[in-house]
Design a protein around this ligand. Structure first.
Ligand code: NI
Length: 174
């Protein structure tokens, strides 16, 4: 079954997802559907609310290895790093956002094992971005007021078709 990726304005993206109580066959199927939607997009990571499911799960693949994380939480973070961040739910828009450079993430895998991952730069960014989705937080909520204004107006142009197909807009941190 195919899923459409929900985009900015869909209320499911602003809701806090529920903890996963049991890792059953349904959760395994959900993670497979999420990976399918992510590869099709294509993107590096995808959170369950992005396909309309309010559960604390995200998937990612940055080293040709699909990974599913359940009930993730960031327990430590440090440093600062600016990265030109994008989101499948805000297609075509990239914004330079400052966030911690390193994080320590704890989660449960599909076999129910507790895992801890130390992440830096791109992986740390992906973790923070996907975790935000599980808390109903989008990139717009992580921008400065000035960036947010500019980003919303650029995004409106993309949605209205004023930006040529396949082109993206980048908002630089001042
Ligand atoms: Ni996103």
């Amino acid at each position: 079954m195919g899923y459409d990726i929900r985009t900015f304005g869909d209320p499911v993206l602003a809701a806090v997802a529920d903890e996963v109580e049991n890792i059953d066959a349904k959760i395994v199927r959900l993670s497979e559907s999420m990976l399918q939607a992510m590869y099709k997009a294509p993107g590096l990571g995808l959170a369950a609310p992005q396909i309309g499911v309010q559960k604390k799960i995200f998937v990612y693949d940055i080293d040709d290895q699909p990974i599913t994380l359940i009930n993730p939480r960031i327990v430590e973070s440090s440093g600062g790093w600016v990265y030109d961040e994008g989101c499948l739910s805000i297609p075509g828009l990239y914004v330079e956002i400052l966030r911690p450079k390193q994080v320590l993430l704890e989660a449960v895998d599909l076999d129910g094992n507790e895992i801890r991952v130390e992440a830096d730069e791109l992986l740390a960014r992906l973790f923070q971005h996907e975790l935000d989705h599980l808390n109903g937080v989008l990139m717009f909520d992580r921008m400065t007021e000035e960036q947010k204004k500019e980003a919303l107006s650029e995004y409106r142009k993309i949605v209205d078709g004023q930006v040529p197909r396949g082109e993206s807009r980048h908002i630089v941190l001042k």
